[in-house]
Design a protein around this ligand. Structure first.
Ligand code: NDP
Ligand code: OXD
Length: 306
């Protein structure tokens, strides 16, 4: 069995080492033009040339949860696309989102500023019941985030494509319930996949439906957010701030206004990192299962785009 590795923006060697030791019978190699055709590939944002050369490939294992970069390529219809199933990402995402929500709710950013200026200040505590958090996307990551937020007793709303029932989460589904979801979410957390339906969903029309002083946390993809619309709503005061982990262009360009905007907190696409050892073990187990004719989880539905 042959396994090709094709990763952009990251070093392939550690993956080569991990997969070679987990699958000693396989021939694992780092793809370059002219490499032999593999049975399976482990990829992150591969070029079209890789797909075109690897005709006959059976499975593409994405080393992340979001498959938008893969689905933009021309892929043979029979090629299976497999996402990572959690692999240690959901707990990181829950940490990140809870940190951002609590930092905003408790005004720790303002306290940090005061302390830097030597001020011993107090602020009037917000009411937790006024701080409902709306999670867009109730999949592997969103469901974990919703559950973790409940441990801090925030009221939690969720929005997904199909109707869901999650304990103590007020669940909304589909476009017909989007407005009601937005109107009842003081903090909006975006954990949707990037698809034709969700691109630019964080636009002025939708964000204006959030309650006054709402706060936006985008941890999914930069192309969900219309940047100028966010800036306008921050300027008008309708939104009180935003925490952004993902951007239309990454790395965020050095002269981008988000870097220094007083109401925006930026992190460098780091809310839930791919953990190599856990992820390589998951992929190796799925390759063994496929080899033995067993079904695997994490198959992407190419029609819905996630
Ligand atoms: P899943 O595929 O498990 O879940 C997606 C959720 O979004 C589902 O609940 C789905 O609804 C919902 N959804 C999809 N389309 C729509 C729509 N049109 N309207 C309403 N709801 C919709 O994704 P994950 O939770 O694993 O990941 C979400 C995204 O997070 C990834 O696609 C990726 O872009 C991003 N991500 C970011 C990372 C970072 O470091 N910043 C790390 C990892 C992922 P339903 O359940 O009804 O199908
Ligand atoms: C992912 C990511 O999709 O890292 O896994 O953004």
């Amino acid at each position: 069995m042959k396994i090709a590795i094709c990763l952009t923006q990251m070093k392939p060697e550690p993956w080569l080492e991990s997969l070679t030791s987990l699958l000693p019978e396989a021939e694992v190699f780092v793809w370059q033009p002219g490499s032999p055709v593999a049975d399976h590939a482990v990829v992150w944002a591969p070029p079209q040339a890789f797909i075109d050369e690897q005709a006959g490939l059976k499975t593409l294992f994405n080393i992340g949860a979001g498959v938008d970069a893969l689905l933009q390529l021309r892929l043979p219809s029979e090629l299976q696309v497999v996402r990572l199933d959690d692999a240690g990402m959901s707990v990181q995402m829950a940490e990140y989102v809870c940190h951002a929500v609590i930092r905003h709710f408790r005004e720790f950013d303002a306290y940090e500023r005061d302390v830097r200026e030597g001020k011993w200040s107090y602020r009037k505590p917000h009411l937790r019941s006024d701080f409902s958090v709306g999670v867009m996307g109730l999949g592997v990551l969103g469901a974990r985030v919703a559950k973790t937020l409940q441990a801090f007793e925030f009221p939690v709303n969720g929005w997904s494509r199909s109707a869901k029932q999650l304990p103590d989460v007020q669940c909304f589904a589909g476009m017909q319930q989007l407005d009601a979801f937005l109107a009842s979410s003081r903090v909006l957390v975006n954990l949707l996949p990037l698809t034709a339906e969700t691109e630019n969903i964080l636009n002025k029309t939708n964000m204006a439906k959030l309650p006054p002083q709402a706060y936006v946390i985008n941890v999914a993809r930069g192309r969900h957010l219309v940047e100028e619309d966010l800036l306008d709503l921050l300027e008008s005061g309708h939104l009180s701030g935003a925490t952004l982990d993902v951007f239309r262009t990454e790395p965020l360009p050095a002269d981008h206004v988000f870097w220094t905007h007083p109401k925006i907190t930026v992190t460098p696409h780091t809310s839930a990192r791919t953990l190599r050892e856990e992820s390589a073990a998951q992929i190796a187990n799925k390759i063994k299962a496929l080899d033995q004719g067993h079904p695997i989880s994490g198959l992407v539905d190419r029609r819905t785009g996630y």
